[in-house]
Write a new protein. Structure first.
Length: 147
């Protein structure tokens, strides 16, 4: 697998970098698809960030998310962290179902009410609180968040 790292300026949240560190091409595709599908593509339209793919050092790639202003950047980062936390918790809750590997997993059969406490937990949190929360599940399956 790989890890995610976030870089941004706390005082000026116009640019957010999501860096994926990976071992092989399969990891790269999985990481980019996961973060794009669940966290970036779901950013509300009213925030209107500009998203572009970036390539860093060997074994690193990711996204640059440029926002109109710091306020929209803060909302965008909060959204990304919230969804990252929830997707991670979802993966932990349904680990057995996802790891069966049959390829016939019917998402409608999953009991998403199990995720309700986590959804309620993060509802009013800002990106700083969410970064700390993500850091706390580090040992359970998520790499750290850096700024």
């Amino acid at each position: 697998m790989g890890t995610f790292r976030f870089t941004y300026d706390d005082d000026n949240l116009k640019e957010i970098r999501v860096i994926c560190k990976y071992e092989g091409e399969k990891d790269r595709e999985d990481l980019l698809d996961t973060i794009k599908t669940f966290c970036i593509d779901s950013i509300p339209d009213d925030l209107q960030p500009t998203v572009s793919e970036i390539n860093g050092e060997e074994g690193e790639t990711g996204y640059l998310i440029e926002c109109e202003n710091t306020e929209k950047g803060e909302e965008t980062l909060t959204h990304i962290f919230k969804y990252m936390y929830l997707v991670t918790k979802m993966a932990m809750i349904f680990k057995d179902e996802f790891s069966k590997g049959s390829g016939n997993l019917n998402v409608e059969d999953l009991d998403f009410s199990l995720l309700r406490p986590d959804i309620e937990k993060v509802e009013g949190m800002g990106y700083r609180e969410l970064a700390s929360l993500i850091g706390n599940i580090d040992k359970e399956g998520v790499d750290h968040v850096e700024n």
